[in-house]
Write a protein that binds this ligand. Structure first.
Ligand code: GTP
Ligand code: GTP
Ligand code: MG
Ligand code: MG
Lengths: 281, 292
């Protein structure tokens, strides 16, 4: 793509195709390419290879603007650090919780899990399997129980057993469902009543295969429960999760983690440089 | 909406009696943008818009009194052509049991829809058997068994240590022995680029020769829908598509993409998490939704 000898309109067409096919969306793509044209004029860029570098740095900067917003995680002694994990159905929340549990465990922290999905068939069982595998306690009630009540018990247990990290699983829910979004707000209130700072992290899990709806998801979930971090799961597939650029650009929410497989070790910290390079550079 | 944008385009162009090809180009840019925003695949959009353009430049739009509406009508018509027929039923075998296998990416809604379809079949008076062939995902078997309990449909399982190919074969044998008329095989979510997993699902199909192989696709899938569907189709010869999570606000352009490259009928639309949240497919409804 950048192997040509000069910058032509063809280059921009090809770049547009590449960015759109990575799910960046029309608006973000047009903005990036407009900025690229400006830089090419201003900096009198003649070589496609230099144009490539300009685009690459521009894309990294766009993501870094959001990553900069990442709150510093402060793990206080005696105060459980509560991570509320949310998102639409099937994105990878429960699996991401298992991965985060392992990550924190490896850092020497005491971890507990809360089976806050009391709705979906075998959701509690699924989390319990992970709990057994990682030797991490899981606070759960019966299916159909009030998620607020399970979370309350979870907060209580975290204090009693000196948990450093409390990971709270929630049921997948479409942001278009008013009652389910209200339920999420209620879960958050339960936590805040228990510990003013909780939840210290509200993690939205987005599926890398999601198209433009990912931006709507991020907006709606942020409106309901103030998302602090985003995880993009399933980046081991062919989808690039390009909606991350639109989210960074419009909401400034930091992408903090990427899921790269179904194993419990398949979690990495989001790195804007490697992410952009993997796209096509 | 596309309708508003096209109206604006043609208003800007003004009333000069007859539109030029450039005017149509500008309208086509709006159509293209609307479809890309609806997650229709880039290459599919390119082909689609050139088909629309050809019709628009023909008599229809150049002389139309309301060119914006005429373009919309052409776009809708072309969408419906690609989206295919409504209410295409599950192909039942001449001699039971009918074997249905469900495949797709992780988290797309396979397990839930195996149960939904089993429930529909049961209500029609058939005898479905669900098969738990996902031995990888924690509590996947529990999930299918829980759903089976809710709808009173039996689940065949050999636990997580068994081989999915054997599970499928044994389930079909049991169905024949016990008179189950439809066998619904739930498989693990898998990436289309995961060679061993794709071979697994090929081998299950080879072993039990399903009458229906349904790709389950999430309505919010973006550009990769085409590559995913093409690869599953190349390796399995899909017979149908289930589009899930249509109760959200994703435009569902992935459906158009998949239909134009794979061409199998959309057999079911998932519209919620509950067992009864499944509907037959109506192309005009999906066309309106994709158009926004
Ligand atoms: N390939 C791949 N699969 C993943 C990844 N993360 C999760 N999955 C798979 O995606 C599917 C759904 O994962 P879950 O963790 O159950 O998703 P969830 O968001 O909790 O789903 P619900 O609770 O039903 O909304 C499972 O098959 C997981 O193994 C990932 O990073 N890569
Ligand atoms: N809102 C909504 N949720 C759905 C629909 N279909 C499935 N779901 C939800 O999507 C999530 C994933 O569904 P599953 O049936 O577990 O998906 P799967 O394809 O079997 O997942 P894997 O086996 O991990 O690949 C669950 O939370 C389901 O309740 C639908 O049509 N609408
Ligand atoms: Mg879950
Ligand atoms: Mg499943």
């Amino acid at each position: 793509l950048f192997e040509r000898s000069e910058i032509t309109e063809d280059l921009f067409e090809d770049l547009e195709a590449l960015l759109i096919q990575a799910d960046l969306g029309v608006e973000t793509t047009l903005e990036l390419l407009d900025n690229l044209r400006d830089r090419i004029d201003r900096e009198r860029i003649k070589q496609p290879a230099d144009a490539r570098e300009a685009l690459r740095t521009e894309m990294i900067a766009l993501l870094e603007n959001a990553t900069r917003n990442r709150k510093i995680k402060i793990y206080q002694r005696g105060v459980p650090f509560v991570i509320l994990v949310v998102g639409v159905n099937g994105t990878g929340k429960t699996t991401t919780i298992a991965k985060l549990a392992k990550y924190h465990q490896d850092q020497g922290r005491n971890v507990m899990l809360v089976a806050g999905d009391t709705f979906r068939a075998a959701a509690i069982d699924q989390l319990k399997v992970w709990g057994e595998r990682l030797k991490v306690p899981v606070i759960a009630h019966d299916p159909g129980a009030d998620p607020g009540a399970v979370v309350f018990d979870g907060m209580q247990a975290a204090y009693n057993r000196n948990a450093d990290i409390l990971l709270v699983d929630t049921a997948g829910r479409l942001h278009t469902k008013y009652n389910l979004m209200e339920e999420l707000k209620k879960i958050r209130k339960v936590m805040q009543r228990h510990v003013a700072e909780a939840p210290q992290e509200v993690l939205l899990v987005i599926d890398a295969t999601t198209g433009q709806n990912g931006l709507v998801q991020a907006k709606k979930f942020a409106e309901a429960v103030e998302i602090t971090d985003i995880a993009i799961a399933k980046l081991d597939g062919t989808a690039r999760g390009g909606i991350a650029f639109a989210i960074a650009r419009e909401l400034g929410t930091p992408i903090s983690y990427v899921g790269t497989g179904e194993q419990v070790t398949a979690l990495a910290e989001f790195n804007p440089v490697t992410y952009v390079d993997a796209l096509f550079f | 909406t596309l309708s508003d944008r096209l109206t604006a385009v043609f208003q800007r162009i003004g009333n000069k009696g007859r539109l030029t090809e450039q005017d149509v180009d500008e309208a086509m840019r709006e159509v293209r943008r609307a479809l890309l925003e609806a997650d229709v695949n880039y290459k599919v959009v390119r082909d689609f818009v050139s088909a629309v353009r050809e019709r628009a430049v023909g008599e229809e739009v150049l002389k139309a009194l309301t060119p914006a509406q005429q373009v919309i009508a052409i776009v809708r018509d072309e969408l419906i052509k690609i989206l295919g027929e409504e209410r295409v039923p599950l192909q039942l075998a001449q001699v039971p049991p009918t074997i249905v296998m469900v495949v797709g990416l992780q988290g797309s809604g396979k397990t839930t829809h195996v149960a939904k379809i089993a429930n529909l079949l049961k209500k029609e008076g058939r005898r479905p058997l669900m098969v738990a062939a996902d031995v990888y995902r924690p509590a996947a078997i529990d999930q299918l068994q829980t759903l089976g309990g809710q709808i009173d449909v039996p689940v065949y399982s050999e636990g997580t240590k068994a081989n999915p190919i054997d599970i499928a074969k044994n389930a079909v044998k049991l169905a024949k022995d016990r008179g189950y008329t439809v066998v619904l095989i739930d498989t693990a979510g898998r990436l289309q680029i995961d060679e061993p997993m794709m071979q697994e699902v090929e081998r299950i199909a080879e072993a039990v020769k399903p009458h229906e192989i349904l790709l389950v696709a999430d309505a919010m899938t973006g550009q990769e829908a085409v590559n995913v569907a093409q690869e599953f189709h190349r390796r399995l010869a899909l017979t149908g598509l289930i589009l899930t999570k249509m109760d959200g606000d994703a435009r569902g352009g992935a459906a158009l993409s998949i239909r134009s490259v794979v061409g199998v009928p959309i057999k079911y639309i998932g519209t919620g998490e509950r067992i009864d949240a499944v509907e037959p497919f109506y192309p005009d409804r999906l066309a309106s939704r994709i158009l926004g």
